[in-house]
Design a binder for this molecule. Structure first.
Ligand code: IVH
Length: 690
């Protein structure tokens, strides 16, 4: 009979092994149901034995909803980055520099894919993950261990045996490996890239689209946004992956970088199968050429090739420049392009009235997705391209979601081209004559109050989460209400009645009630958000806050002169003009009066007013480090409440630094150099009278 403690340990080992089979080897040996059953058994036993808690247990991979703060920590060994090259000549020069640097000695180059995610350093002691740190500034990064533990392909416990303690008891190790392979050193770091595979990325964006949340532009942003999440449960759901590509430590198995990575693979790490050792420059070029096209078939995003001198001894000989090693280089791929046929150009009118030309093309495969539409930016760009319907065009997907047309594929242009694409003169939605403002590339439809997409766009902005937060109203519902003549502007929302919205069926009535309730509730939304919701050009969230705090009411704001605006620290002439113009418009003033009638907050609340002070008026404050009494966001709000401004980086304009524990050494040095004062948490709280 085995004890419950022994059962816990054996279940953990077994589940670690199944995770490895599934997420690293892609070769599960049991069904999902069997896996879940083992996991449940372990969870149940662990809940009976809290004294056996282990942060590296497979049960911990699901994460938690509790909010965690990231602590900055120093890297044990600094995290370097690589010099970039963009063409084969520069690769040749690198190769020659290496040859010279090594005085003619033979050398090997390890050729690898350059994964496009965010880099991470994993620290292992005695075969257990102890810490995971982001790159940060290379010297210090964020401790993201809790989030990293949720990534199933990252081993929390290694297979094999420790280097010095290797004993062969004939039983094999935890992972059932009895073929003796290289053991792992008791302390090492392994670095690599955290990625979101294309498939997970697309699924995530589909979900976000349905929930009307902003989309991630590319898998890198999605991965980095996810890893910075404060809730490990969110990270666990997002399906991140990690490839490891650099082993560091004092007792590595080999002098060869490639050989070390092979060993790391045998310990359970996900190491790319696609690395190769090259012995000549031609072999290097062959690797680059192959992956330049073949990378389209990979499940994860790559943006180049990394070339590394394989021998660590030779790496030492070559050394470093100020920023990057002389023994490695990154070759970046050109953004992927595809050729297809232009069928039609349509014109899209945005919330601001800006008109964007859109190319509609024959569908073509590009960076893992099918592309049918691409932006043509603006009128100048269309004219420059000399675009004709039926032309073959080259489409490119850069870092953005929306693909763009880069050029006409002249090699395919025949003498008989279709009609030339001309920019329109009138708004395709409302027929108004388009105008162009000085210094701007876009043409605008000036019919702000009569042009449907502008009206709908303004209402969408008004109800959005950070504005009035009437979240039951999505773009489709707004479109529906608008088409049925129920709303023409955002003030009309407050006239809506349940019976206008609902049909016969119960669930429609319920959802109509919910909508009306959300609209009612929005009357309590504080003034600064109402001001943001109005949709005045250049008045984003933070400008709205500043204006609300400075003028305190919509009436004072409506009467303010240019000078009044310019007295405020961060408000310039463009914003001032825009606000003044907005309030000069009779229709806008009428809108505000209606909103007042419906009970919206058009001035700062008593509570906010009483909490406000000028103690930090004119002060620019940088926040750094970790705090005991409030979160960083709360400190930001406090600074603003007391009339100060919070900025991200230290400059001569910084009044002082609000410094918590663990302030970064780079920041400290900069502050000292510029003579910027450093204020502790306690001193700050005293300053604002808390
Ligand atoms: S080696 C000193 N190998 O590219 C060597 N980096 O600037 C340091 N990257 O920060 C890195 N794939 O985030 C290496 N196979 C690979 C890589 C790789 C992607 C990233 C990494 C690094 C950046 C280079």
């Amino acid at each position: 009979m085995i004890t419950e403690q022994e059962r816990i340990l054996s279940l953990r080992a077994e589940l670690h092994r199944h995770n490895h089979n599934y997420y690293v080897l892609n070769q599960p040996t049991i069904s999902d149901q069997e896996f879940d059953a083992l996991m449940r058994e372990l969870q149940d036993l662990e809940s009976l034995h809290p004294e056996l808690f282990d942060p590296n247990s497979p049960t911990q991979r699901v994460g938690s909803d509790l909010s965690q703060e990231f602590v900055q920590v120093e890297h044990i060994r600094p995290m370097l980055s690589l010099a970039n090259t963009y063409n084969q000549d520069e690769v040749r020069e690198f190769y020659e520099r290496v040859r010279e640097g090594l005085g003619g000695e033979p050398f090997e180059i390890c050729c690898e894919l350059k994964f496009d995610g965010l880099s991470i350093s994993l620290h292992y002691e005695r075969g257990r993950l102890v810490r995971a740190v982001t790159r940060g500034d290379g010297v210090r990064g964020d401790d993201v261990t809790a989030n990293i533990r949720t990534i199933r392909s990252i081993p929390l416990e290694l297979s094999g045996a420790e280097v010095s303690a290797a004993t062969d008891d004939g039983q094999g190790d935890l992972f059932g490996n009895d073929d003796q392979k290289v053991s792992w050193p008791s302390e090492f770091e392994i670095r690599g890239e955290v990625l979101m595979p294309w498939e997970s990325f697309e699924a995530l964006n589909r979900e976000r689209e349905a929930a009307e949340e902003p989309l991630f532009a590319n898998p890198r942003n999605a991965a980095s946004g996810t890893l910075k999440s404060k809730q490990t449960a969110v990270v666990a759901k997002r399906k991140l992956d990690a490839y490891l590509y650099y082993l560091l430590g004092d007792e590595l198995p080999s002098d060869g970088h490639y050989e070390n990575l092979e060993a790391a693979r045998s310990w359970g790490f996900k190491v790319s199968q696609h690395m190769r050792k090259a012995h000549t420059l031609d072999e290097v070029f062959a690797f680059i050429d192959y992956w330049d096209t073949e990378r389209k078939n990979l499940p994860v995003a790559t943006d180049g090739i990394v070339l590394k001198v394989n021998s660590m001894r030779q790496q030492q000989t070559l050394g470093m420049t100020a920023k990057s090693p002389r023994w490695a280089i990154a070759y970046k791929f050109q953004a992927e392009q595809a050729s297809t046929v232009l069928r039609e150009v349509t014109f899209q009118v945005g919330r601001t009235g800006a008109v964007t030309p859109v190319a509609n093309m024959d569908p073509v495969q590009l960076s893992g997705t099918v592309v049918r539409r691409a932006t043509l930016h603006n009128a100048d760009f269309v004219a420059q391209l000399d675009l004709h319907v039926g032309d073959h065009v080259l489409v490119e997907k850069g870092g953005e979601i929306i693909p763009k047309i880069v050029s006409v594929d002249m090699s395919q242009v025949t003498t008989e081209r279709g009609p030339r694409v001309e920019f329109i003169r009138r708004c395709p939605e409302c027929g108004a004559e388009l105008v162009r403002y000085e210094g701007e590339a876009a043409w605008y439809c000036p019919n702000e109050t009569g042009c449907p997409p502008q009206i709908k766009g303004r209402i969408e902005h008004f109800v959005s989460r950070r504005a009035m937060n009437i979240d039951t109203l999505g773009p489709e519902t707004i479109e529906d209400f608008f088409d049925r003549g129920l709303i023409h502007d955002y003030a009309d929302l407050y006239e809506l009645q349940v019976d206008q919205l609902s049909g016969a069926n119960d669930s429609r009535i319920r959802s109509a009630r919910k909508t009306i309730k959300a609209i009612e509730d929005s009357r309590q939304v504080p003034f600064e958000r109402v001001l943001f919701a109005l949709g005045i050009r250049f008045v984003g969230e933070s400008v709205a806050k500043t204006l609300a705090r400075s003028f305190k009411s919509v009436d004072a704001l409506a009467q303010a002169s240019l000078d009044d605006f310019l007295q405020i620290n961060s408000i310039g002439a463009a914003i001032a003009e825009s606000v003044i113009q907005w309030f000069r418009n009779d229709e806008n003033r009428h809108l505000v009066e209606r909103l007042r009638g419906y009970g919206l907050q058009l001035q700062l609340s008593e509570e906010t007013l009483s909490q406000q002070s000028d103690r930090l008026a004119g002060k620019t404050v940088v926040i750094s480090g970790v705090f005991a009494h409030h979160s960083r966001d709360e400190y930001k709000a406090l600074i603003e409440q007391h009339g100060g401004k919070n900025t991200g980086s230290i400059s001569a304009k910084t009044s002082f630094i609000l410094a918590g524990e663990n302030m970064g050494p780079a920041k400290l040095e900069k502050a000292q150099k510029l003579g910027v004062a450093i204020v502790s948490e306690a001193e700050f709280l005293e300053m604002i009278g808390e």
